[in-house]
Write a protein that binds this ligand. Structure first.
Ligand SMILES: *Cc1c(COP(=O)(O)O)cnc(C)c1O
Ligand SMILES: [Zn+2]
Length: 395
């Protein structure tokens, strides 16, 4: 047995984001155990002023583990890493004619292991689950989460079972098999996959890492917020556009900003957060514009942006809260506009984005034209993944 080497994590406990109930940190949890609540659990940290400074970050590794004080893993030996995070922020200079006086930046998450930002959440979730003794994982996925879980499970020497819609481009299926995971193709959408995965988890005792039904993928994804702040010299953009499926990213980035304010590294200014959905699954948009606290199940079938085919996000309430608290907005985009935007980004900027990321470029142009985004503002688009796995969808 190797000797324990502390990460310096300041993690103290978990807390239900709705009812405030506290849960201890050293056992496995899914969601709030109160049957009438069942909301998501968030990791809480106890900041000590002498532990880390902005300056101190400069010598840290170029991965999300540079923020290890604000991550839940406590023993370094449990960190399962493939070099995720610290992705570049690129200005879109060649598309300036569309920007009409705005500065448009793109954070390129396609540079992550397995080609998407899902690597962040699963690096942290697999690491923490390993620390708590998990041997076998199960996940429902629209594609990228399955590949990422399979890769991190392989690296950790643990088992992974993946439930993926049959209508997912073949690259997503092939990569999971190459990583040694067991894949079950489901004739349905991610909700159908989630139901099956949940049943198998209960029967076989596998650990279910469905989006926001365990607390640590959120911790991995929040690191995008830490990076955006650090990479932009602690000046947040005016507007952020995020392709919203289950919403881990948007909820996580918002959590990061709160934590950074508590530490005193940023002030109280926040970007206006925009959720961008597919026309196929735009329940958040409808709820946002109707002032509803939750979204309704909505699925109109296939979209080339498979990551956005989420009929009813588990954390819909939290996503809507972020949009409202930030004076944000919600829009949805159809496949033909996504495809045009993808080609425009590729041919002008040399970026082959995931269709989910390309949707943001179309949404930016629409919000810019309508005047919702104003001249002089800085806008950050979060390209969540690489287009290379989607060639079946976009050719
Ligand atoms: C999963 C995924 C999304 C949606 O992410 P959430 O955090 O679940 O909202 C967006 N884009 C890509 C490429 C994805 O794989
Ligand atoms: Zn609760």
């Amino acid at each position: 047995m190797l000797e324990k080497k502390a990460t310096g994590s300041l993690f103290t406990h978990l807390q239900c984001v709705e009812c405030g109930k506290i849960y201890p940190k050293n056992v496995l949890h899914h969601v709030c155990a109160d049957e009438s609540c069942k909301a998501i659990l968030a990791a809480r940290y106890q900041w000590k002023s002498n532990t880390l400074t902005k300056e101190g970050l400069k010598n840290r590794p170029s991965s999300l583990w540079r923020y290890r004080e604000f991550l839940p893993v406590e023993d370094e030996q449990n960190i399962v890493t493939l070099g995720e995070g610290f992705t570049p922020i690129l200005p879109l200079l060649n598309l300036k004619q569309y920007a009409a006086g705005k500065q448009v930046l793109l954070k390129d998450e396609s540079n992550n292991p397995t080609g998407s930002f899902k690597a962040r959440g699963l690096s942290v979730a697999v690491s923490k689950a390993k620390e708590l003794g998990v041997a076998t994982f199960v996940i429902p996925t629209a594609g990228n989460a399955g590949g990422a879980l399979a890769a991190y499970a392989a690296k950790a020497g643990l088992k992974a079972h993946i439930f993926m819609p049959t209508l997912t481009p073949s690259a997503f299926k092939t990569e999971t098999r190459l990583f040694g995971a067991e894949i079950t193709e489901v004739d349905g959408n991610i909700s159908d996959c989630g139901k099956l995965a949940g049943e198998k988890a209960a029967q076989a005792g596998w650990f279910d890492v469905s989006t926001l039904k365990e607390p640590y993928r959120l911790e991995g994804k929040k690191t995008m917020g830490y990076e955006i702040a650090e990479q932009l010299s602690w000046q947040l953009p005016d507007v952020m556009l995020y392709p919203t499926g289950g919403g881990t990213g948007i909820v996580g980035i918002w959590k990061a900003f709160d934590e950074l304010e508590q530490v005193g590294w940023i002030g109280s200014n926040r970007p206006r957060m925009v959720a961008v959905q597919s026309n196929s699954c735009n329940g958040i948009c409808t709820a946002f514009h109707q002032n509803a606290p939750r979204s309704e199940y909505k699925d109109s079938g296939f979209t080339i942006a498979n990551g956005l085919r989420v009929p009813k996000p588990y954390a819909d309430k939290e996503i809507l809260k972020v949009l409202r608290a930030s004076n944000g907005y919600a829009v949805s985009v159809g496949d033909s506009d996504i495809l045009l935007a993808l080609k425009e980004l590729a041919s002008n900027e040399g970026l082959l984005t995931a269709p989910e990321g390309a949707a943001l470029w179309h949404a930016f142009k629409a919000l810019s034209q309508s005047g919702w985004i104003k001249s002089g503002e800085t806008v950050l688009l979060l390209n969540t993944g690489s287009g290379y796995k989607y060639l079946d969808n976009i050719e």
